[in-house]
Design a protein around this ligand. Structure first.
Ligand SMILES: [Cu+2]
Length: 152
């Protein structure tokens, strides 16, 4: 009997943070062109990874890059925002989670271009081009947030 009460308490303690978490999924707002297939795939990747995503189809994403402070040379096919941070291109969900956990002083994260094998840019098999997730700030500083090596 005692053991059972203890177990219930453990289960309850474990479950509470989960409920709290489920109630507050992080929201990503995405601007993309309507015909962008890889944008759609990236949105699916975020949703599968537990993010709430609101998509906006726009004729051109470049005004959103300027609006959210993404430098031109870090541009990709879609622009998102989460909690005041810009997300440009095929940024992996794990790197966004780390961004929200560590909250660096920065404008956002970018995966410039559209590297093969980044989330939403998968091709046949598991081939991946090497790519960097770049953390960029308003003062022009940049650093590699995460490097993904090439895979065959
Ligand atoms: Cu793309």
């Amino acid at each position: 009997m005692k053991r059972r009460i203890f177990l219930n308490a453990v289960l309850l303690a474990g479950a509470l943070p989960l409920w709290a978490h489920a109630a507050k999924k992080p929201l990503v707002t995405v601007y993309k062109t309507p015909s962008c297939g890889c944008c759609h795939e990236w949105v699916a990747h975020l949703r599968q990874s537990g993010f709430e995503v609101a998509t906006n189809d726009v004729p051109d994403t470049s005004p959103y890059r300027s609006r959210f402070g993404v430098p031109k040379d870090l541009g990709s096919c879609h622009t998102g925002v989460i909690d005041g941070y810009a997300l440009e291109g095929h940024v992996p969900a794990a790197d966004i989670r780390r961004l929200l956990a560590e909250r660096p002083r920065a404008r956002g994260l970018s995966v410039p271009g559209m590297p093969v094998g980044s989330p939403g840019m998968e091709v046949e098999g598991s081939r991946r081009d090497a790519y960097d997730v770049v953390l960029f700030a308003d003062d022009g500083s940049r650093k590699v947030w995460q490097h993904y090596p090439a895979k065959n």
